[in-house]
Structures are given as structure tokens and as C-alpha cells.
Design a protein around this ligand. Structure first.
Ligand SMILES: Nc1ncnc2c1ncn2[C@@H]1O[C@H](COP(=O)(O)OP(=O)(O)OP(=O)(O)O)[C@@H](O)[C@H]1O
Length: 285
């Protein structure tokens, strides 16, 4: 298999007032074109740091990232990022927000007519063409996230980087967004790295789930292949034994192998002597 993105033995140290803090140690991952990768792990393990290094926002202390044979040293339009909070410009309409990104990437190559068609096409992909003249303040959180995704897709990036893109949405909107993302993925076959805390989301969307160990010096703990047939249907999968096996593998990793015990103040000693149960919730804390 040929890989388009190589994260190669990455270490990341942050300077702090009490000395360097090693956030990541020896993180390596190769990603093929069209793969959908989820990064999952407990809060603070270093998922965003990995994504920021791929985005070119941070420079690894050791090792590095190679995209299409070229080392990543700064941000670039071939690596579009979608954040949890849409980051749209509030004074521009949905159309104009996407236009800004399209001009940046295709300003010199697309005619006016082509630009218009391309923006509309991308807004259609996320089902936002009906509201393209609305400003962020006039649309819901889910709709804003859709525009953010349209903006990222319109840049035609080699890799789409998503940092908990649906983390701020209610469960129903989140499910709609996941379905939309699967549809888009089916049509465009993007290469995606997505951070999530949601085990079901990871299994539903991914080709591989990369599970990170707890920090400091976090690294790739285990990688789970998700070979469920596509298109995937969340209702049908609820009773699918393979889906449930994958789901419990991730839960086991998070709550047994990488269990994070953070007792409340005063409970420390009591917790030490008490056997721990696996929590039943499905999102990584
Ligand atoms: N600029 C920085 N300076 C010092 N430490 C940092 C810096 N950025 C991140 N860290 C530390 O590195 C570790 C990893 O942070 P990171 O934000 O990547 O974790 P995460 O897994 O994305 O967390 P979450 O799931 O809560 O968003 C944390 O301990 C964090 O405090």
C-alpha cells in the first residue's frame, strides 16, 4: 500500500516554567490516500498536538511529517482544518466564508463562473445551499459546522484534519452530521484524520482507529482496523456483532488498558482500596 502521509517518529516537548514537558514520544503513523482515521484517547493525551503538527501549526521537537513526499514545515491549503467551533467570519455569509477559502486556493485558476459553481457545489454537499446567504449569527450550530466543512472541502485538501468537529453539537444533530460526512466521504474519498471522544462515532466513520496512550510521553497504543462494509447504517450496525466487538475493543483500551483514575480530593485513599468498575459511558473522558 502506498501512503500519502507519514508521521515519522514524532516527539513533542513544550517548554514550561518548570522545564520541558514531553507531550508526545515516538508517534508514528502512515496514512493511505482515501483513508478515514480517528484519533481517540483520554483528555490531554496529545491528540490535538498530533493534529497541529500535521497541520503545520506546531513543529515536532524530533521526527516530522511528510505529505506527498514533502516535509510539512508550515500550514498550507493542502491540509484543511475543521475545528470544534466553526471559526467562520461572522460578518460574511456562508457563501462568502467559503468563497474566501476558494479564492485563496483557486483565485488564479478558476474563472468567476467556475468559482461560483464550485462554492455552490460544496455548499450542496453539506446540504447548506438553501442558506448560503445567511450569516453565522443567523444559523444553528450544526449549520455553522456544515459551512466550516464545506469551506474545508472547497479547498480540495490532500488531507482533511478534523478536531472534534461535532463535539459541540447535540446528539441528534451530531448523528445527522456523521451521516452527511459518510455520504461526502463516499463521493469524494477524502483522506481524513479526525479527533473524537466518541467511541460510536469512531467505529461508525473510520477505516482505522488509532488509540493513544495517556500522557505524558503519549504515543500510539493500538490501532484497530474497521472493516465494516460501506455504506454504513447506524441502525443496522447496532445489532451487528462485528460492530459491537470493535466498540468493546475501544472501550477496553480506554477503560481497562489506559484507565485514567482521577479521584476527587479527599477520596484518594478510599479509591486506592476499592476495586474499579469499567464505566458504562461510551465517550472518553
Ligand atoms: N503550548 C503548550 N505548552 C505546554 N503544554 C502544552 C501545550 N499544548 C499542549 N500542552 C500539553 O500537552 C498535552 C497534550 O495536549 P493536547 O491538547 O494535545 O491533548 P488532547 O488529547 O488533544 O486533549 P483534549 O482531548 O482534552 O482536547 C497536555 O498535557 C497539554 O497540557
Amino acid at each position: 500500500m502506498s501512503f500519502i502521509l507519514n508521521i515519522d517518529h514524532v516527539d513533542m516537548e513544550f517548554p514550561t516554567p518548570t522545564g520541558p514537558f514531553t507531550a508526545l514520544k515516538d508517534v508514528s503513523l502512515n496514512i493511505a490516500k482515501g483513508e478515514f482515521i480517528s484519533l481517540i484517547g483520554h483528555s490531554g493525551c496529545g491528540k490535538s498536538t498530533v493534529l497541529n503538527i500535521v497541520a503545520g501549526l506546531h513543529q515536532a521537537t524530533k521526527g516530522g511529517v511528510v505529505l506527498n513526499g514533502k516535509e510539512v514545515t508550515e500550514p498550507g491549503p493542502e491540509r484543511a482544518v475543521v475545528f470544534q467551533n466553526h471559526s467562520l467570519l461572522p460578518w460574511l455569509s456562508a457563501y462568502e466564508n467559503v468563497e474566501l477559502a476558494v479564492q485563496q486556493v483557486f483565485g488564479k485558476t478558476k474563472s468567476k463562473q467556475e468559482t461560483r459553481e464550485w462554492i455552490e457545489y460544496n455548499l450542496q454537499l453539506v446540504h447548506m445551499d438553501h442558506a448560503m446567504d445567511k450569516r453565522p449569527g443567523e444559523i444553528s450550530g450544526g449549520m455553522k459546522q456544515r459551512v466550516g466543512i464545506a469551506r474545508a472541502l472547497a479547498m480540495q485538501p490532500d488531507v482533511l484534519l478534523m478536531d472534534e468537529p461535532f463535539g459541540a453539537l447535540d446528539a441528534l444533530t451530531r448523528a445527522h452530521m456523521q451521516d452527511s460526512l459518510m455520504e461526502i466521504q463516499n463521493e469524494l474519498n477524502n483522506t481524513v484524520i479526525m479527533i473524537t471522544h466518541d467511541v460510536d462515532e469512531a467505529v461508525l466513520l473510520s477505516d482505522r482507529i488509532v488509540m493513544m496512550t495517556n500522557g505524558p510521553a503519549a504515543t500510539v497504543g493500538e490501532i484497530l482496523e474497521v472493516n465494516l462494509e460501506r455504506p454504513r447504517n447506524r441502525l443496522a450496525l447496532a445489532d451487528d456483532p462485528e460492530y459491537n466487538r470493535l466498540r468493546s475493543e475501544v472501550l477496553k483500551f480506554l477503560y481497562e488498558k489506559q484507565r485514567k483514575v482521577e479521584p476527587l480530593r479527599g477520596q484518594k485513599d478510599a479509591e486506592k482500596t476499592k476495586p474499579q468498575k469499567t464505566p458504562e459511558k461510551t465517550a472518553a473522558a
